[in-house]
Ligand binder design. Structure first.
Ligand code: NAD
Length: 324
């Protein structure tokens, strides 16, 4: 894995109070990089943001800017930044079908356009943007390659594809100053995972005994990716030679949801009560990443097996509970 060197220049992380953004910022600060983190959620008012930012607030290398990307003047925040890691978005497939769609468009597409304009105005050399496996939509089951058709099966996936295309086309314009790497993350998990996501819901079922809702028949396969592996890919994407690339970031070993439940029962030593619920629109049967391009471009090799990653997430979840 190539290692980023940005010297004294700061980097900007949008979505820093989120699951992935806080882990990326933790890793950057740990290696001595100064980070300006932007998020519309304030740790003073939002318990999840406070928990996610707990290791960052007060660190000398870290500055938090609580602001909406659609409102704040971005140029002063991006001026002089070596890279921008644009990870902010409204995430999740299910809610995107409903009334919140306007917020998905505003935060995932319009805000991305604002970030791009600011990068161009101040001459930011590199933008790493969070894309998603959801851009592929329904596949035949074989691992998805970056040059496969992108046919998202949900409004969320459409906004992620729109954001990715916006970024790549900006980077391809003649004379563009900002190179782009768009990372198509496949179902991230690990400590601080969003509570609407599968592994988080499964481990809460183990903890509380309340059944987890399993949408569909449980034969869906997901390419779960441990967050520390995703962070390594994200940091590498800051410095590799690239002009405009979309790259998969997967765990490398897709599993059926039934098998995930068995694995979680083994890891936690507790039964996982589950009730079957109707399949949800936009939930595809298989996500699987072809990792050839990310290996070649980023030197990416996922190193955390699912049992190990789930054990780590469980350890942190139960330690947090013990501290309450
Ligand atoms: P998250 O919800 O935990 O974090 C996203 C953060 O972005 C939130 O803290 C939110 O407040 C912030 N944000 C949203 N709109 C904003 C705005 N207008 N201004 C300022 N801040 C704003 O989500 P996550 O799971 O950490 O996902 C991070 C990124 O990775 C997202 O772009 C998501 O689409 C992408 N992604 C995540 C996964 C996954 O499995 N978690 C998979 C594929 C792609």
């Amino acid at each position: 894995m190539r290692v980023e060197r940005v010297g004294a220049r700061a980097v900007v992380v949008t979505g820093v109070a989120g699951f992935l953004g806080s882990h990326v910022a933790d890793a950057l600060v740990a290696r001595g990089t100064r980070v300006v983190g932007i998020d519309r959620r304030s740790p003073a008012r939002d318990a999840t943001a406070a928990a996610n930012l707990a290791g960052l607030l007060g660190r000398p290398g870290f500055r938090l800017v609580v602001a909406d990307l659609n409102r704040v003047p971005l140029e002063p925040l991006l001026e002089g930044a070596a890279h921008v890691y644009h990870l902010a978005a409204v995430a999740g497939v299910r809610a995107s079908w409903g009334r919140e769609f306007a917020d998905y468009v505003a935060c995932n597409v319009v805000a991305t356009q604002r970030v791009l304009a600011a990068c161009a105005n101040v001459g930011t050399p590199r933008l790493v943007v969070a894309s998603s496996s959801s851009v592929y939509g329904t596949t035949g089951g074989d691992p998805s390659r970056e040059d496969h058709p992108a046919l998202p099966a949900s409004p969320y996936g459409m906004t992620k594809l729109a954001a990715e295309r916006l970024c790549l086309e900006h980077a391809r314009r003649p004379g563009a100053t900002t190179a782009v790497v768009a990372l198509r993350y496949f179902t991230l998990y690990g400590p601080r995972q969003r509570t609407d996501m599968m592994i988080s819901r499964v481990l809460r079922a183990a903890l509380t005994g309340e059944p987890v809702h399993l949408f569909g028949d449980g034969t869906q396969r997901r390419d779960f990716t441990y967050v520390a592996d995703a962070v390594s890919a994200t940091l590498a994407a800051g410095s590799v030679p690239a002009r405009a690339e979309a790259v998969n970031v997967g765990g490398g070993a897709p599993v059926r949801l039934h098998d995930l439940l068995d694995l979680a029962a083994d890891v936690t030593g507790r039964p996982i009560p589950a009730v079957h619920a109707a399949p949800q629109p936009g939930d595809v049967a298989v996500t699987a990443a072809d990792l050839a391009k990310s290996r070649a471009l980023l030197g990416y090799r996922p190193s955390t097996a699912l049992a190990e990653g789930v054990a780590r997430q469980w350890e942190v979840l139960t330690a947090d509970r013990a501290a309450l």
